[in-house]
Design a protein around this ligand. Sequence first.
Ligand SMILES: Cc1cc2nc3c(=O)[nH]c(=O)nc-3n(C[C@H](O)[C@H](O)[C@H](O)COP(=O)(O)OP(=O)(O)OC[C@H]3O[C@@H](n4cnc5c(N)ncnc54)[C@H](O)[C@@H]3O)c2cc1C
Length: 454
Amino acid sequence: MLTRRSFFGSAVAASSAVVAGRAAGEEKNVALVKESARDVPVAGSCDVLVAGGGPAGIAAAVTAARKGAKVVLLEAQGCLGGIWTSGMLSCFIGINKSDFDKEIQRRLEKYGAIQHRRPKANGFSLIYEPEYMKLVCEEMCIEAGMRIRLHTSVAGVVKDASGRRIEAVVTESKKGREAWLAKYFVDCTGDGDLGALSGCGFDVGGDDPGDPEQPASLIALLAIPDESGISRYLTNHPDNFDENGKRIVNSKLELLAALNKVGITPSYGHPTMFRINKGLFAFMGNHEYDVPVDDADAITEATLRARREIFNMTDALVSKGGDAWKGLRIVFSAERLWHRRARRLHGKYTLTLEDCFAGRKFEDALCTCSFGIDLHAVSKAMNNKVPAGSPIARRIKPYQIPLRSCQSRDIDNLYMAGRCISGDFMPQSSYRITGTAIGMGVGVAEAICKNLGC
Ligand SMILES: Cc1cc2nc3c(=O)[nH]c(=O)nc-3n(C[C@H](O)[C@H](O)[C@H](O)COP(=O)(O)OP(=O)(O)OC[C@H]3O[C@@H](n4cnc5c(N)ncnc54)[C@H](O)[C@@H]3O)c2cc1C
């Protein structure tokens, strides 16, 4: 069996440790204060409460609401869309699989907010403008009819006496702590916050204790008024493909060389730039290694470091890179780092690498994933050793995601969709893409609505 350990070999053993299965707040020797017990006002009650309004959460909430369920959607940030919008991702992989993602494409198209990723569209991915994606997500949720609460983080749960059912989630916002009652809960927080707060088992990191995790990244939008000198750095520029749509220029390596030339070694060895509209570009050149999703200090430190790195890179290109970069300005950097890693909450079935290689089908399939294993370097030292699109990525066959991987093993009325479902480390690097997250969200909502008799 090919484990992640055998794939990365000794380089993994040499890098810093993250212990698999580490529980939230497990720090030792922390001084404690006792908070007094208090009554928490009930802010709402519904059939389906969706925690997290990213790709998976939007799909779950809209599908459930369209089927007639009473839905509450809770989102920590000030907009919907998750990594699509708050994270400035700009690249939607795994499209044309469901009516839901086709509807998103149609709506983006209406705003002129889509670019092809390749000149001969491969029908698998597209580039979009994040600001319009915010609007599309909001329109879809408002039209479906649900209660949307932004700026509100899930911070706790109340369970029944059996300990196997959630009765309410407790949130924190400017209104203080509030409780939300529901029949079913769906963890679409990407990081698996709701499951962890409910006491569910989960894994982080690789197959073996001590294996580190995939890096997080901070993405930025750049404005460059004159595009004529930068085509070879753009992953989606037509000049970088032959007439059959085959890539002839490796734009990531070209961009790496341009950065090296101005004295910069980026923390991400395959820096990427997409053209998202005239004069507007998405830029991902940053990797932050070993940043746990539940360590706010580490996330803060990494975010500050990442933003500084992005400015250092663009400053160097402008001052020493020649005319091609003239006028470059950073328009926006995402307000938070986005994690590739997640708590992988324990479900009734755990997806394995063998499932991906075998193209496994399931009776309770929700959707199919055909994206390869996408492991980035797990440490700075390995940054240039893990090639993008490595052979292991191509070994997978389209495999299905079963409903059981999206059903909590520990809590009977908790489902999950997106990055935090139940799977081993390597499959997670494949099924985490946003097209598959949508398929899971839609499928989970349909299953819940069936239970509800909607
Ligand atoms: C740097 C990077 C690059 C990637 N590149 C691509 C790519 O090019 N194309 C692609 O398709 N996929 C890509 N992926 C993978 C994919 O984007 C993610 O796995 C995606 O996050 C999956 O969607 P999601 O809905 O599960 O989670 P998310 O997008 O993370 O959405 C989760 C939502 O929950 C909210 N939330 C979190 N915690 C709480 C809480 N406690 N209470 C309330 N709300 C909460 C968040 O604010 C967020 O809005 C990339 C991922 C990363 C990190």
